[in-house]
Design a protein around this ligand. Structure first.
Ligand code: FE2
Length: 187
């Protein structure tokens, strides 16, 4: 297919995001199940509900553009979810797993923020203000989700995940005359 206008590129990008959101609908319940912190689990569950709304909103966007809602496999989201899945298969302490889950979720959010920012701008450039407004709504929700994850990472997960790190710091205090230990292998 030849992409010879911004309208077509916009439609293609919307198909990509539509696929991305649908993939996320399947991944979020698994991430919620794997979370140990109640707050993190709730955040994932809430974002699942928000994501369902975003899928519906994307269908509205296709409609106002006079297009049929269609997904085209988003390979980037496939990769991000694959990495999250690999992480979830690891044997990790609860708090460390939660920190990893937050990181995986934030990568997803940042990808979505980039995509929605792009399609919102293209919609405006194409004179499709209705679509742009809808896309801005989702963009705001994604930014909010990202912020929430940052707060969780800072408040909840990291101090516990750093327990091992504190022990390391103690080890790093060197007695006079003692040789500086190599950092290799001590992470
Ligand atoms: Fe989303």
């Amino acid at each position: 297919m030849k992409i010879d206008s911004l309208d077509i590129l916009l439609e293609e990008e919307l198909k990509d995001i539509y696929s991305a959101e649908k993939q996320l609908l399947k991944a979020l319940p698994k991430m919620a199940e794997k979370a140990s912190s109640d707050e993190l689990r709730t955040a994932f569950e809430e974002h699942l509900t928000v994501t369902e709304g975003q899928v519906t909103r994307l269908e509205e966007v296709f409609e106002v553009l006079g297009k049929t809602a269609k997904a085209k496999t988003c390979k980037a989201m496939e990769g991000l979810i694959e990495e999250a899945t690999e992480l979830m298969e690891e044997d990790a302490d609860d708090a460390v797993m939660d920190a990893g889950l937050i990181a995986a979720a934030q990568k997803v959010e940042h990808y979505e923020i980039a995509s929605y920012g792009t399609v919102r701008t293209w919609a405006n450039l194409c004179g499709k203000e209705d679509a742009a407004e809808l896309l801005q709504e989702t963009l705001d929700e994604e930014a909010e989700a990202d912020q929430k994850l940052t707060e969780l990472a800072e408040s909840l997960v990291n101090p516990a995940a750093e327990e091992g790190h504190e022990e390391q710091e103690e080890k790093d205090e060197i007695e006079p005359g003692e040789e500086q230990p190599s950092l290799r292998g001590e992470r």
